[in-house]
Write a protein that binds this ligand. Sequence first.
Ligand SMILES: CC(C)(COP(=O)(O)OP(=O)(O)OC[C@H]1O[C@@H](n2cnc3c(N)ncnc32)[C@H](O)[C@@H]1OP(=O)(O)O)[C@@H](O)C(=O)NCCC(=O)NCCS
Length: 300
Amino acid sequence: MRATVDRPGLDNQGRTPLIKIRRVRKGDLSKVRDVLEQAFGDFFERQMGTRPRQVFNGAQYVHHRWLMEPWGCFVAEEGDGKIVGAALAVMWGTLGLVGPVAVLTNYQNQDIGQQLLTACKPMDRREIVQATRPAKPGLGVRRYSSLEEAKKKAAMQRVRRITNALYRGMDVGKEVEIVDGLALGDTLLLEKGRDVIGFAIVHMPGVSEAPHGSVYIKFLAIEPHHRKPEHLHALLGAVEEMAHAAQLQRVVAPVYTYYWAAYQSLLERGYHPDFTMVRMKRGKQDDDERPDDLVLDDWR
Ligand SMILES: CC(C)(COP(=O)(O)OP(=O)(O)OC[C@H]1O[C@@H](n2cnc3c(N)ncnc32)[C@H](O)[C@@H]1OP(=O)(O)O)[C@@H](O)C(=O)NCCC(=O)NCCS
């Protein structure tokens, strides 16, 4: 039986073909240019009744943009390797621009444009934040899992001292041990010189409390004498590095808005509210919590 294709964009059984969105490679550049010129040529022809001889009047968009921002250039490729759509995006520091976006006329209205835009959207916030907030010298981050047993004990004592200083008697040692013992993630220790001045218990997705595709900060605290937003930023930066290394796009951080300084730091860093919950406490408010405590904790 002879295969019939009633129109490009549909396979011989009338189904939408599989379209893959991928980054532009060097060999695609002239095809990407053709796709842009064809799609815009058709568009101008529909709008104005005549097709311009040169769609962009000789302007070139593809080659140098790809050299400048290769991770922002995407194509939509049909199963047989034909390029049917393209999108270019560029970061100007903290500002992201998307366009041009084009899909060949016969392939339009099949969600390909949307898929291209979605590919352009995830911005690497880590790079942006690193550019605007360089790490402070003298601070270092070490993973609890990388320490020898004797050093783990000393680190644990330091962790206990930090939580005890924040809220007398509070001890999250069990949380650190279970994450280490079951390899649920890791505990990051923020060091200033040889002193541990903060820590973050971090869950990675799989069998931990981290939601699918996200890194989750179970508990984070900075020692009260070192209550400086730059210390919180250093730990958050290390958590984001951990997420990046695991190819995870999302970091989930619980924040009690009474801890105003911590909440502000998260907003400055580009975090945004996902959902809100109410924290109910019984008894009189005492001095154990201060709005400038740099703590991220989740009481669920
Ligand atoms: C715009 C374009 C990329 C959309 O591609 P696509 O694969 O058809 O997009 P999708 O199927 O994902 O989405 C189609 C939607 O885009 C809308 N759309 C398409 N062209 C549009 C235009 N010029 N203005 C407003 N909306 C438009 C459609 O109405 C449809 O909306 P709906 O989902 O609400 O019905 C494609 O039409 C194209 O290449 N156009 C010519 C070049 C161009 O104008 N590019 C955009 C400026 S850079």
